[in-house]
Design a protein around this ligand. Sequence first.
Ligand SMILES: [Zn+2]
Length: 201
Amino acid sequence: MLRCPEAHEEAFLVLSTGEMVGRMVRSGLLGCPACQREYPIVQGVAHFSASGTGGELTPRPTNAVAAGAPPRSPDAQTLQALLELSGPGGYVVLVGSAARHAVGLAGLMGGIHFVGINAPSDVAELPVLSLLVCDKLIPLRRAMARGVVVGLDRVAPPWIDEALRVLLRGRRLVIEDERATPGAGLKQLAVGEGLWVGEKT
Ligand SMILES: [Zn+2]
């Protein structure tokens, strides 16, 4: 499901694993056969903004929004309902501070894998949560997610457009900012309580 963030066709990446803990890759290298770039996995986090051995890693964002959950953050049940996540299977992408919802959502539903993009530094990799860092785009293939949540710290471009790209058609996007004004390709379903909810058309 990963893609290289460089401007070429979406191609698969080749993983060389270093240290593993269960099925989680703690360290390793992702290689792109299209452009030959390599992306390091360091302490369980795949870094797409750095290359080579990870000597120049982009620091993970710290708590810009304040400690803990952002203001008026929805609870897991509300998010589950808004995303229409009923059965198991598939991927849910959590952008920025929205990665904090992975534990709550996973507690409600087994069998969904969560992918955190540019998660706050206190969010750790889990068997149900993979963490990716990239300053350019969401390093995932188009139309792979059955739901996406964009945190308040990532409502600026390009993150909402990127959220729409990785979302499956007919599935839902929740933005943790009711003032969000997404462009074409999304049908607005609800706005309020600090949230914007839409469906990919
Ligand atoms: Zn590439």
